[in-house]
Write a protein of this length. Structure first.
Length: 236
């Protein structure tokens, strides 16, 4: 534990001193809510500790593959995905040429990110890579109304294979990888590595924190995420 965390006011005390009260709540409700608030404060602090540990990772592997992409403005190499930024986040979407339609879960996630893409772009380069031709990706983007997301086709599948968007058996999985460009060297920084092998019993594979706004909203409701519902591409 670092010096900063040692000086923090205990979560239980912060929760106990919380002045928020709602009309007609019972003493039983307030006691349970105060206990939960202490856990939420601890969760917030744990998320920050994990984020700090992530930021402190040693340099990752150098990116040396001959990766080629096709964007809306033409072909680009891997370094070109950075643009003017020093950090690059690449989301591998499940929309290969064999798919009639894109993955609904990837679509839902990216729909949430699309509203923040212009803000994210102030800090880093965010791109979406998929294996379908760029014309299909552009049509997908227009259908969803994604104004600021940048989409690219992986022209050779090499990037998708090396960074786990495409498995050896040819199946696709979603992947988020972050890269850095420092002192002229491009390196892998971090990837979401929580897959089916790390899932807890009774849960679908998920990362932490969950990067999809949908699930975070559902987590604060009494119904929760449920066990048999997933987002669709379209609704009646």
């Amino acid at each position: 534990m670092n010096a900063k965390s040692e000086t923090l006011t205990p979560a239980a005390q912060l929760a106990r001193d919380n002045p928020v009260r709602f009309p007609h709540e019972s003493a039983e409700y307030r006691a349970a809510r105060t206990s939960l608030l202490a856990e939420e404060i601890e969760l917030r602090r744990h998320l920050e500790r994990v984020a700090a540990q992530r930021r402190a990772l040693p340099p990752g592997g150098a990116v040396t593959g001959d990766y080629r992409f096709q964007g809306e403005e033409g072909p680009v190499d891997f370094a070109g995905l950075f643009g003017t930024k020093q950090t690059l986040a690449v989301y591998s979407a499940m929309f290969g040429p064999q798919r009639e339609k894109p993955c609904p879960m990837c679509t839902n996630l990216l729909g949430g990110w699309a509203g923040n893409a212009a803000d994210i772009d102030q800090r880093l380069s965010l791109v979406v890579v998929a294996r379908s031709p760029i014309e299909r990706l552009v049509a997908w983007k227009r259908e969803r109304g994604w104004k600021n997301l940048r989409l690219y086709t992986d022209l050779t599948d090499a990037y998708s294979r090396d960074y786990f968007g495409l498995l050896p058996d040819g199946s696709e999985i979603p992947a988020l990888n972050v890269f850095t460009r420092r002192d002229g060297t491009v390196r892998h920084f971090w990837s979401g590595e929580m897959t089916g092998s790390t899932a807890d019993p009774g849960q679908d594979p998920r990362g932490a924190p969950d990067l999809a706004p949908l699930w975070n909203v559902l987590d604060v409701t009494p119904e929760g995420r449920g066990t048999d519902w997933y987002p669709a591409l379209d609704y009646p």
